[in-house]
Design a protein around this ligand. Sequence first.
Ligand code: ZN
Ligand code: MN
Length: 514
Amino acid sequence: MSNAMNGKSLKMAEGHEKYDLIIGLEIHVEPKTNSKMFCSCSADFWEKEPNTQTCPVCLGLPGALPLVNKKAVELMIKTGLALHSEIRRKTKFDRKHYFYPDLPKGYQLSQYDEPICEGGYISVSGVDGSEKQIAITRIHMEEDVAKALHAKDATGEYTLIDYNKSGVPLFELVTEPVINSSDEAWEFAKKYQQILRYLGVSDADIEKGQMRCEPNISIQKKGTWKYENGEIIPTTDAPLLERVEVKNIGSIRFMKNAIDYEFNRLVELAEAGEEIRQQTRGWNPAKGKTEFQRYKETAQDYRYFPDPDIPPLEISEEMIDSIKKEVPELPDEKIWRYEKDFGISAYDAGILVEDKAKAEYVEQIFAAANNTTEIITDAVKFLNGIGASWSNNAGKSIVESSLQPKALIEVITLLHSGDITRNAASQLVEKLLNEGGNVSELVEKLGLKVLNDTGALEKFVDEAIAENPNAVADYKSGKMNAIGFLMGQVMRKSGGSAKPGDVQTLLKDKLSQL
Ligand code: ZN
Ligand code: MN
């Protein structure tokens, strides 16, 4: 995935070059399970009548007993395996206490010191284009809170609470503070989303709030800090600058904007000699800026302790092994294989494997080409050229086009055997994308077959010479470009089926004899 896709960057604050930007990410994702994390209520709360999918467990009624959703645990293990994490053999659930109306129990069930997944990484492209591995600290399981709806009418302002979302499973991924630009953060989140979709673990649909990003951001004067054992530590006597967190950002794009905005804001504060206090902020997309929410709680404030109602979970070797078999080939592995096997550039391969459906379509094309490199090379040109612009115009994936994988390979085979010109091949692919159809019938119907009949070609050349005495005279008097005009005449007569090279050779030959 290229950084060039991120569009224009913000104007940087005065003095920014004196500072390093240090970012850690927390990303919450909703996995695809039928039921909630600790009860059998439906997890599909989207656009459902409020408070119709609740039970004593997710309403937090006293005495209700939670039961762990096995499917959610399996999906998390699958995610961890794909991200090179260690899977804990023994894991437990902890209560994270805080009070909020959307949290009826007064605590959230989460995982504190024994998360299911520890470690791992996602590779992004570093500043110099080389691969940079962004270390993952952990991925843990927790439950979502209810949805608070703030409303206002003649009686005044009030808040309604919909508990359909209460207890829906969430994965919380936390990275090490090793991200150093908004581009890296953007790419990390994009790739995480892409991997979750490949795995079928989550749709990570931004619109439905299935993926929420929370960057923690600090700046430090260059040369005053280092990253060691998971921590940012000072290398001079001066204290480090505090970090800020931007909470609950509902889009990867907005997360990038929020980081850019904070980088500037923090630099301006530091340069003005003002104090930076640890705090939580929110992103206001309408204003394009972050806004202060509160000064930060520390971990101790939550008074975590193990939930006495949920026994620790044992995760067996067999369970991990069987899930491992379900992890498909992932985008990075595909890109690497396409480079190695067919010499496709990482950039081109990246476009081919954007999403799983497209990658499967591309695999069908490669299979239809019998994995022949020359044909595949051309197939990629058509896919990322005409195919990509068709997608842009139609606002659809190429998978939804009428172009069948086999048809594309038929076109390229005709091109390689010299039966059609490259121009004709492009016309065909365009036609196939829009309408589909049988390749040989289309070639016939559109008259695209190359004219291999020398007699017919000779007739067209003779006609063109006879009908255009001025151009012939021009050519004879040394105006060499007059041949272009004559070639055009012959091509027109042949209905575009003549090979330009053949036409030129024959024309020159005939003209020299005049
Ligand atoms: Zn329930
Ligand atoms: Mn969380």
